[in-house]
Design a protein around this ligand. Structure first.
Ligand code: ADP
Ligand code: FDM
Ligand code: MG
Length: 216
């Protein structure tokens, strides 16, 4: 007696287009959950610090080129190389906030309109990865995003890609469970409030959800 079972952490993903406010909201959510007494870790994909991540970084910055399927699998490998540590942290009671995940992975690659790289094909290497307990999709119109500054210089930061990515996110999230669509066009504070409500509901349900699941 005397020792309680450690309550597992939650796996929370924040997704959305460039400038939707993902990184800002990840930070606010981390502060909120810490104040609630949770141990919180923030991670982001791509994780540009690993050897695979360095290949991805130079691809995104345009210093190197990669075949579409090949770079797609590297993005996925970049998640697989961290999958075990995610599982361990979650079982040790740490809640993980993830800035982009498999959803960006499938959608950005499929947006290239390569005839042999469909959304379905792109999803396959994600199967078996830790499954988020909740994915928060920060939904924003092209007009609202444009108000938050122009495109950066990285590979996918152009009108054509962003338009396709928006459509593909929509069709992917239509058939995913455990997704909360958040209107990200509101103020920072309003958006963070909406996120807190969705996350609190999820965290309360963790004992019902049971152990961390895997993506199917
Ligand atoms: P992302 O990580 O999705 O690309 P960021 O969190 O980096 O987005 O935000 C992009 C820019 O928009 C930043 O300058 C940020 O301060 C601003 N921003 C984020 N959320 C909002 C919001 N709700 N309203 C107005 N500006 C915002
Ligand atoms: N991206 C991100 C992908 O193409 N595949 C992936 O699996 C992931 C996680 O990389 F354009 C794209 C999405 C975005 C870029 O940008 C990463 P940030 O600014 O580091 O989130
Ligand atoms: Mg960001």
């Amino acid at each position: 007696a005397g020792h309680e079972l450690t309550r597992r952490g939650a796996l929370l993903v924040v997704e959305g287009l460039d400038r939707a406010g993902k990184s800002s909201q990840c930070e606010k959510l981390g502060d909120y959950l810490s104040q609630q007494g949770h141990t919180v870790k923030y991670i982001r994909f791509p994780d540009r610090t690993t050897p695979i991540g360095k290949l991805i970084d130079s691809y995104l910055r345009g210093s190197t080129n990669q075949e579409d399927h090949s770079i797609h699998l590297l993005f996925s490998a970049n998640r697989w190389e961290i999958a075990k540590s995610i599982q361990e942290d979650i079982s040790n009671g740490i809640t993980i906030i993830v800035d982009r995940y498999s959803y960006s992975g499938a959608v950005y690659s499929a947006a290239k309109a390569n005839p042999t790289l469909s959304l379905e094909w792109a999803w396959q290497p994600e199967i078996g990865l830790p499954r988020p307990d909740l994915c928060l999709f920060l939904s924003i119109s092209a007009e609202e995003a444009a108000k938050r500054g122009g495109y950066g210089a990285e590979r996918y930061e152009n009108e054509t890609m962003q338009t396709r990515v928006r459509e593909l996110f929509r069709s992917l999230f239509n058939r995913q469970e455990d997704v909360a669509i958040i209107n990200a066009g509101k103020s920072l504070k309003e958006v963070s409030k909406d996120i807190q409500v969705a996350v609190s509901k999820c965290v309360e349900r963790l004992n019902v959800i049971g152990p961390l699941r895997v993506l199917g």
